[in-house]
Design a protein around this ligand. Sequence first.
Ligand code: ZN
Ligand code: ZN
Length: 265
Amino acid sequence: MEAKRTIIKYRSDLDYMKKNNYYGYDIINERNYNIITYSIILSNIYFIILGENVIRDMILGYCVGNLYFQTLHMTTHTAFLEHGVEHLAHGVGLYVAYIHHYDKPNLLSTFWLEQRIAFFTDAPTVPFLWIPFIILNTNCLPIYSYHLGIQLLHGPTHEWYHLTQKERNNHFNYPLNQFLIFLNWVGVINERTHQKHHMHNKNNIEKVINFNDMEIPFTELFNYIWDFIYYLKIKTQIRSFQYIMCVVLHLLLCLSFQYYITTIV
Ligand SMILES: [Zn+2]
Ligand SMILES: [Zn+2]
């Protein structure tokens, strides 16, 4: 009963955003989600069959995709920390993320369409930041395609983490569920590591750790960076300091890594 009331409340908030044409909401529908999904899967298959350095490009796509996620995820938490839920309505993804982190983690699968599409609408740096690098070196195209594949996988992965085995069978189609079970088995995704990310709550948002969703090196380093930026924020008392620092960090790291990629492929 309680869960049902919560769903109705959030659904009416999301419908309000839709009526008022908040950024991103007007393109959130299943047809658009299917177009995004199938074009990315087809382009991944194309490059797997015809690419010259498939393994290298996949590893680079995986690394850059997770670097994007990890640093953008940090900016999401600064939005929670510095602005609070009442100011999050400009981004549907941000609103759904807040519900997920601080109210009902397993409601993520109820708003699956909103959160999966938000990976493409609320993070516009993903498509646009690649354009100059692809112009410089067209060999980057397969890496960009695999990067989008990782971006596509983040949504279902996160839903999967918060569902029971039985709920997973109902929520996902069979191939996707088996694929996620396989990724968890080989250690690319890890439901136990993700539980640590949820150990803080809305009263101690600054205590958040582990910003990754998939296994990548240097996760610990980002925990220290987060703490250091928070320390500077308290010292300087500058408004939105942490948010600005995280955006700068995101742009610097991702652009440098993409530039490095263009020089080696
Ligand atoms: Zn988080
Ligand atoms: Zn989660």
